[in-house]
Design a protein around this ligand. Structure first.
Ligand SMILES: [Zn+2]
Length: 314
């Protein structure tokens, strides 16, 4: 699989080179730092603290499964001229990003270089493995849960880390980045007060989720994730596991099922029909829907959906 993937990217890039589309970055853009992020959530946080001193672009779209992104030649064009690459890390992007980094030939963003920023170092990470790390069971979370941005406190930590990095790369604007971070942090504190108050009546409510995307979110908002539609992260649902889950949901009175927008609704809907649970398509990322354009709108959107679902399934 990997070799055909590489072949595709190489062939695509060659076609672009032949087409004369590989132009040097225009001089006018030289002053802004060009920040490429693996995902839209990292882009949203980078934009918050970078303001108009940066140009930010995400490789993955917000409606895509960040574990499995189909590589396109346009990704290489972005990486070629990036000053800084920000990734979620913890192997979230391992299926698609490493070969792109290598093939970009951009020394600034190679693993360990000064323009390579793994944002997981700033965040609180849940589900860290204690035993030997293995992918034998197909687990796509071998280093701990990579969906950490869904706790707003981790958003704050990552934003601070990005602000520090930008200040280091562009010392002349260090005060600007720190001021942007302070402003983001203040707005986040205000939003969190509102979010926490909205969710207070639902503390301890049980949910089932398709993928393990929500442990940080559940921890922050005090929800109880009672089970998963995937038998293990990255492994599609099986009839046996689904039956067990249905029995468990009936026993524990679980009435809400959260599904990320990139999964097939067939199994979730059959679980909903068997248990009377409400199936909600919850967005794990900024840009999951066109109206969700920044980090605040992501939580506004998801919490409104959740509140509605909890209210209608008492
Ligand atoms: Zn995952």
């Amino acid at each position: 699989m990997m070799s055909s993937f590489r072949g595709k990217v190489t062939a695509g890039l060659a076609a672009l080179v032949l087409g004369g589309m590989l132009l040097a970055a225009p001089a006018a853009q030289a002053k802004k730092l060009y920040v490429v992020t693996a995902t839209t959530d990292m882009a949203a946080l980078a934009q918050e603290v970078g303001g108009d001193k940066v140009e930010v672009e995400s490789i993955a779209k917000g409606y895509q499964d960040p574990h499995f992104v189909e590589a396109k030649p346009s990704f290489l064009l972005k990486l070629r001229r990036a000053d800084l690459l920000i990734l979620v890390g913890l192997d979230l992007e391992i299926g698609w990003l490493p070969p792109l980094i290598t093939q970009s030939g951009n020394p600034k963003v190679q693993v360990g270089a000064s323009g390579y920023l793994d944002a997981s170092q700033f965040a609180e990470i849940l589900e860290k493995p204690t035993g030997q790390v293995t992918r034998a069971m197909g687990d796509v979370h071998p280093l701990g849960n990579p969906h950490y941005w869904l706790d707003p406190e981790n958003g704050r930590r990552v934003a601070q880390g990005i602000a520090d990095k930008l200040a280091q790369m562009d010392p002349g604007d260090a005060a600007y980045f720190q001021q942007r971070f302070a402003d983001f942090s203040r707005r986040l504190t205000e939003a969190e007060k509102r979010w926490d108050a909205e969710m207070a009546p639902y503390r301890g409510r049980k949910v089932v989720t398709y993928h393990k995307s929500w442990p940080n979110f559940a921890k922050h908002f005090d929800l109880d994730v009672a089970g998963y539609i995937e038998p293990r992260p990255g492994i599609p649902p099986s009839p046996g596991h689904t039956l067990e889950l249905i029995q468990q949901m009936k026993r524990d009175n679980v009435k809400v099922v959260l599904v990320e927008p990139y999964f097939d609704l067939k199994t979730p809907n059959s679980i909903g029909a068997a248990t009377g649970a409400k199936v909600l398509v919850m967005l794990p990322s900024v840009g999951g829907e066109p109206a969700v354009n920044d980090y605040f709108q992501l939580f506004d959107h998801d919490l409104a959906l959740l509140k509605q679902a909890f209210d209608s399934t008492k």
